[in-house]
Design a binder for this molecule. Structure first.
Ligand code: 3HC
Length: 690
């Protein structure tokens, strides 16, 4: 069996190489390999110094996250690191790629660190619902002080080589030959006393620092436990000696390792890495140098800005010269804000303004584009007319995409002579900031067209999820389902503000009614009218939203909607409340009260039920894809893992039992998905077999 850790030595210098693809995670085999190498080195008097390096694309990227759900297997990483630090021969870590989590902790146990100039270090454990568990909370403060450690540990932020040098994390930065630089440093230090972070006194500090950090974390990471635990630990151990601090770190780490939040965050970590595994993965994407965008509204300019930020050239089409100029200015406005936020260099902005962004009123200017994204008004006839034009001017191999959020992509593709090259690319607003992208695949789309959509997503730094064609694809279809449930709740007795408060208690950034007021109530109204002819007459239909719109109360922009904005601070709108009360009376509903938990239970079950239907119909490839969409596009708290993960945690039989209980009151809405039923049945059979 090949070992993931190898040891070679020449001229008194040993080189340990970890080779555990893809990211050199410290699995049990790596820990054992390191411990064995240390034993050999300690016993070999001819070895005077050691370089610890990694093969492949990166230094150790952390503990092996796949081992977290299992019982810990010795040797423990913290003991292996203690063994390295205790050596009486200097050890230099040679860091390329990303030294993260346990990987960075390993480097902190070495006596010196050399980083390649393109390398990063960080302790991202809090983003996985845990804290550093191999000495990171004790060694880092002793190296760079408490303030900088609080910043790195509670945010999980990565630090580049230049900043690491400034902070004192790196002893040297290698411009080219990393191993050469590590060897040079080792030779300089070979006879020097060995510096060990564990020998240093605690980096004690004033308590005010922690109070201020606590406030910041409370707003930044609302509801999430691990950043607060990390801060508490740093505060508690700020005056402790190293051994005591390590013991506390181990206790807190063990308590969090398999907590609900850690399981949820691990789930979403792996789900985000699975989304690229699509049936079209082996197809060759069309190289996209130039992107065309039709429609210079909020969405079109956001998409254009996203592509320009990624270094692409963009042609933006509007209906006339004046609109084209306006669209160009709006896109440049977004990019100017990116310059101010430090996301875009001024020189790049100047290049974009000078030529990389071309705005025009002529479709003929799209003749050279490899991919064109239509982002016009959400109306099938409008979009079909645009696609007829695009089909005429675009080169035959170009892929045409629509940014529709609800319409049938197949029906749009059908008006072209190239339906196999038409896909949906559903961006989320603001498109240059939001990470989610749904790649919508109509039945006739060829694998190369789908692969091109995914390649664009990668290039733009998006989280691209494959979706089939249906009303609303994955995200908006689930949104429609829980919005409907929220409407039922207000008709049954909950106030809109109570429903919104339940959303926020759950960890969503905004309530469903506040959100609709903000987006404008006319959007949903138009959509409901468009869907009306296809609506099942047996379906329970709540008219409250329509009645509010009929009064011209279209939400925040009109000063009124579910809330009244006239006083500056939104308050429940009297007229909306009166409409709700009148509708209850008209339908003979006896109003009842709901607790926050009852509200979210119904909302969550609506999400899960619709998610299961989406899986059932093959609209989403995996339940994890649905979670990725909800977390990255709809504000579902990441630390809850997404609705489908929550269903798994609840147990599918329990989910089905609760849905069936609700179905007794409302058979239409709660028709449980066949898939959910099958899964629960299978589980029951399995349990019966014992
Ligand atoms: N454990 C197990 N598998 C891991 C892993 C880890 N720590 N990090 C990445 N992987 C896997 C991914 O699942 C993926 O697998 P797949 O190919 O089968 O889908 C593969 O490695 C490649 O990962 P990416 O697609 O993410 O590759 P990128 O090049 O885009 O990114 C990375 C590389 C920056 C290292 C990124 O993977 C990452 O951020 N990894 C997690 C780092 C991390 O959180 N480390 C801390 C772990 S907790 C810890 O160390 C506890 C300690 O304190 C005791």
């Amino acid at each position: 069996m090949t070992t993931p850790v190898s040891l070679s030595h020449a001229d008194g210098i040993a080189v340990i190489t970890i080779d555990n693809p893809p990211v050199n995670a410290v699995s049990q085999a790596v820990r054992q390999g390191l411990a064995d190498s240390m034993a050999k080195i300690a016993a070999d008097a001819s070895i005077r110094g050691i370089i610890l390096s990694c093969a492949g694309r990166t230094f150790v990227a952390g503990a092996d996250i796949r081992e977290f759900g299992k019982p810990p297997a010795p040797p423990m990483l913290r003991d292996v690191i203690a063994g390295i630090e205790a050596l009486d021969k200097p050890v230099v870590a040679a860091i390329h790629g990303t030294a993260l989590g346990g990987g960075f902790e390993l480097a902190l146990g070495c006596h010196y660190r050399v980083m390649h100039r393109s390398a990063f270090v960080g302790l991202p454990e809090v983003t996985l619902g845990i804290i550093p568990g191999a000495g990171g909370t004790q060694r880092l403060p002793r190296l760079i002080g408490i303030q900088a450690s609080i910043d790195m540990i509670t945010s999980g932020r990565r630090v580049d080589a230049a900043e690491a040098l400034k902070l004192g994390i790196a002893d040297a930065v290698a411009e080219g030959d990393l191993l050469g630089s590590a060897r040079k440093l080792l030779m300089e230090k070979i006879a020097a006393p060995i510096p060990r972070l564990s020998d240093r006194p605690p980096a004690a500090t004033a308590p005010e620092i922690f109070a201020k950090a606590r406030q910041q974390i409370a707003t930044r990471a609302r509801g999430q436990i691990s950043p607060v635990s990390a801060l508490d630990l740093l505060a508690e151990t700020a005056h402790m000696d190293f051994a005591q601090g390590m013991a506390r770190e181990a206790e807190i780490f063990a308590g969090l390792r398999n907590s609900g939040q850690a399981r949820a965050l691990r789930h979403i970590f792996f789900a985000e890495r699975e989304i690229g595994k699509i049936p079209e993965a082996d197809a060759r994407p069309l190289p996209v140098a130039g992107l065309g965008v039709v429609g210079g509204g909020l969405m079109g300019t956001g998409i254009a800005a996203s592509a320009l930020l990624a270094g692409m050239n963009v042609t933006l089409i509007e209906r006339d010269a004046a609109s084209a100029e306006g669209a160009r200015n709006r896109a440049l406005g977004l990019l100017k804000a990116s310059v101010e936020r430090g996301k875009l260099a001024q020189a790049d902005y100047d290049a974009i303004a000078a030529g990389r962004l071309h705005a025009s009123a002529s479709y003929a200017d799209l003749a050279e584009a490899d991919l064109v994204i239509e982002a016009a008004f959400e109306d099938l006839a409008v979009k079909q007319a645009i696609f007829r034009e695009l089909d005429k001017v675009a080169k035959p191999e170009a892929v045409l995409a629509t940014n529709t959020s609800y319409l049938d992509v197949g029906a749009i593709a059908a008006v072209t002579a190239r339906p196999e090259r038409v896909i949906g690319l559903h961006f989320f607003s603001p498109a240059h900031i939001m990470k989610l992208l749904e790649v919508v695949v109509p039945p006739k789309a060829r694998p190369e067209a789908v692969a091109t959509g995914f390649a664009l997503g990668r290039r733009l730094g998006k989280i691209a999820v494959r979706a089939g064609v249906c009303d609303g694809f994955i995200g908006n279809r689930i949104l429609s389902a829980y919005r409907k449930q929220a409407d039922y709740l207000i008709e049954d007795g909950a106030a809109p503000a109570e429903v919104d408060a339940a959303f926020k208690n759950f960890g969503l950034p905004m309530g469903v009614f506040e959100m609709q007021d903000m987006a404008g109530l006319d959007i949903g109204w138009a959509n409901r009218r468009a869907l009306a002819p296809r609506r099942d007459p047996r379906e329970r239909y709540v008219e409250i939203g329509d009645l509010i719109c009929e009064r011209g109360h279209l939400g925040r922009k009109a000063g009124r909607g579910y809330y009244n904005y006239s006083g500056g601070v939104p308050v429940p709108d009297d007229e909306a409340l009166a409409i709700i009360a009148a509708e209850r009376t008209r339908k003979g509903i006896v109003s009842r009260s709901f607790t926050s938990d009852e509200i979210m239970d119904r909302i969550l079950l609506a999400m899960i039920n619709e998610g299961a239907r989406i899986l059932d119909e093959g609209i989403a490839l995996r339940s994890g894809d649905i979670d990725v969409v909800m977390v990255n596009g709809y504000g579902f708290p990441r630390w809850r893992g997404g609705p489908m993960h929550m269903a798994d945690e609840m147990g599918l039989a329990e989910v089905l039992r609760r849905i069936e209980a609700l179905a007794r009151d409302d058979t239409w809405f709660w028709k449980p998905s066949g898939l959910l039923k099958q899964l629960a049945d299978a589980k029951r059979r399995f349990a019966d077999k014992g």
